[in-house]
Design a protein around this ligand. Structure first.
Ligand code: ADP
Length: 283
């Protein structure tokens, strides 16, 4: 079999790092035969708690508002927070012979997450790496992602074994890196950038979450964690700044209440435009 035939994506526009061109077997998991997903954007972070799930959710909400058919694959298997952010409680995934159906949010965003498969939300997911990575593959292969323009993947944090397997298994079109000013050190961004390069996946840019706090009285922007190094780091790695998201009690309240679809926040508008423009040419 020719190498190209083993590859499950259209690699005609890929660079030399594409497995098909290196004589390596593609590790991409096959898509469900009933699925049709046009673009896949992975949202990554160096560690947990920096706002990766919030960023994934905000992007999905904004894309959905722009009339794109939008989905979220929650690949943060051991710390799934997407169902809670969208207020999905007690809805269990159904399936038929062709696969599982994602759950739809109030505004029609399709979601698959381990928390939608567990009998109760607090059930711990004490699985080892290969089982976790296998679950993410199943979320791609066994779920019927019917007619999706943009799928956002809430990745497991870090650049270890599990995120690496997920990167190799899904046909990712672009990566969004999420950091906070405290962990916006060149090394953390460098690891994500190098992982993306190894996989030959374009980086859409970087989101600095909890970037500043706006004084409720005078509107002044307060850099709670010291002066931001965002521009410096973005320049060092030649990547775009997608957004600076403020610390906003309304955002965390919206997440806690499962009401992210009602939130108004314009800090991600530029990020959406950059992602749309940069993914126009891919595939
Ligand atoms: P991660 O996915 O990186 O682990 P989350 O998106 O779950 O992080 O965010 C961690 C917590 O911080 C959540 O409770 C979330 O509501 C809160 N949070 C994240 N970003 C902000 C923000 N910009 N303003 C207020 N709260 C935030």
């Amino acid at each position: 079999m020719a190498n190209e035939e083993k590859c499950t994506h259209d690699c005609s526009s890929c660079g030399e790092n594409c497995p098909s061109k290196q004589g390596k077997e593609s590790l991409l998991a096959p898509q469900n035969k009933m699925s049709n997903v046009k673009k896949v954007i992975a949202v990554v972070s160096g560690k947990g708690g920096v706002g990766k799930s919030l960023t994934t959710s905000m992007l999905a909400v904004l894309f959905s508002r722009m009339e794109f058919n939008t989905a979220i694959l929650d690949a943060d298997i051991t710390g799934p927070s997407i169902p809670k952010i969208f207020g999905l409680h007690g809805q269990l995934v159904r399936g038929d012979d062709n696969g599982m159906f994602p759950i739809e949010t109030t505004t029609g965003i399709k979601i698959m997450s381990t928390n939608l498969l567990l009998p109760y939300e607090e059930a711990p997911v004490v699985w080892r790496g290969p089982v976790i990575a296998g679950t993410v593959k199943q979320f791609w292969t066994d779920v019927i992602w019917d007619d999706v323009d943009y799928m956002f993947v809430d990745m497991p944090p870090g650049t270890g074994d599990v995120p690496l397997t997920v990167f190799q298994s899904l046909p990712i079109d672009g990566i969004v890196i999420v950091t906070t000013p405290q962990d916006l050190v060149s090394m953390i961004v460098g690891k994500a950038v190098n992982m993306a390069k190894m996989m030959n996946i374009p980086i859409m840019g970087i989101v600095e979450n909890m970037s500043y706090l706006e004084c409720p009285d005078c509107g002044r922007k307060i850099s709670v964690f010291g002066e931001s190094k965002l521009d410096e780091v973005a320049k060092e790695y030649n990547i775009d700044v997608l957004a600076r998201v403020p610390i906003d009690a309304k955002l965390s309240a919206a997440c806690d209440k499962g009401a992210i679809e009602l939130m108004e926040n314009d800090s991600m508008d530029t990020a959406c435009q950059i992602i749309i423009n940069r993914t126009k040419e891919s595939k």
